[in-house]
Design a protein around this ligand. Structure first.
Ligand SMILES: Nc1ncnc2c1ncn2[C@@H]1O[C@H](COP(=O)(O)OP(=O)(O)OP(=O)(O)O)[C@@H](O)[C@H]1O
Length: 263
């Protein structure tokens, strides 16, 4: 489409979002500056209310900035949304219980008017990518929580958006399942070369997954540190015991402490 494909997937300059409420203004985002480049895996970490979800929603054009600049794929969030620039994975799998897994994955494809044959091909490919081949005919309630979350990732991948927005997708899962999904997500990211923006409360998860970690603090929501990871792209789970990993985790923790008003 565009021969000068933008290197920058998300670019925020002095971005602000203030909600007007009956109790007065809520400064959800204040002067946020951030560059997300193609192929980055960026995690947003910070205490409740620091604006992580709001930032993702501004990228997705589900909220409007009140000041500053933001571009997604070099254009406005609205144009990017209309171009189907992103897939969104929510905290809960948000699958329709009356639809089978393949019908859930098919939903955005139906809305976008893909042919039946194309839908079938895409569903097969993405279910394989998330290790759910053979589960297409099951209903969500027949799958474990981790499998349901993988199905919702498949749905976000089905229409080939280069950008994946993931809002605490594994927060409700137990640690072993979460470890497994973290490993799988890294493999999927390496195989597909997507750009991922990922919200989490977990320091190990942020450090394990990311090429860039954005530490945020609340009231008003600000970015207090941006850490470029020095870990290699190949990451076995036991990398979490390496000195390099612990060093990055320490820096994230320090950033969180510095921005936290209760400590
Ligand atoms: N529609 C809205 N109207 C008014 N205030 C809002 C609205 N949406 C979010 N907020 C407020 O904006 C701030 C940022 O919220 P946001 O959900 O982005 O935080 P978060 O970091 O994602 O939190 P959590 O980790 O709990 O999900 C909070 O103080 C929240 O109460």
């Amino acid at each position: 489409m565009n021969d000068k494909a933008p290197l920058s997937v998300v670019s925020a300059k002095d971005l602000c979002l203030t909600f007007t409420t009956n109790d007065g203004p809520v400064h959800a985002l204040k002067d946020v500056n951030l560059e997300v480049k193609k192929g980055d895996f960026v995690s947003f970490i910070g205490p409740s209310g620091c604006g992580k979800t709001t930032f993702l929603r501004v990228i997705a054009d589900l909220e409007k900035k009140t000041a500053g600049e933001i571009t997604v794929n070099g254009t406005t969030p609205e144009n990017a949304r209309l171009d189907r620039a992103y897939g969104y994975v929510f905290q809960a799998a948000a699958l329709y219980p009356w639809r089978t897994i393949e019908k859930n994955v098919a939903l955005p494809l139906e809305i976008m008017g893909y042919t039946k044959a194309d839908q079938t091909r895409r569903i097969e490919r993405v279910l394989e990518l998330v290790d759910l081949a053979g589960f297409g005919k099951k209903f969500p309630w027949q799958l474990s929580g981790g499998m349901q979350q993988r199905a919702s990732i498949a749905r976000a991948l089905a229409f080939d958006a280069d950008l994946l927005l993931m809002d605490e997708p594994f927060g409700a899962l137990d640690e072993i399942v979460r470890d497994h999904l973290n490993e799988q997500l890294l493999k999927l990211w390496a195989a597909t070369n997507k750009t991922i923006c990922f919200v989490t409360h977990s320091i190990p998860e942020a450090v394990y997954l990311s090429t860039k970690i954005v530490v945020m603090s609340p009231r008003p929501g600000r970015v207090t540190d941006v850490i470029d990871s020095t870990l290699p792209k190949e990451r076995p789970l036991d990398i979490r015991e390496s000195p390099e990993f612990l060093k990055i985790a320490h820096r994230v923790r320090e950033g969180l402490r510095a921005g936290h008003s209760y400590e």
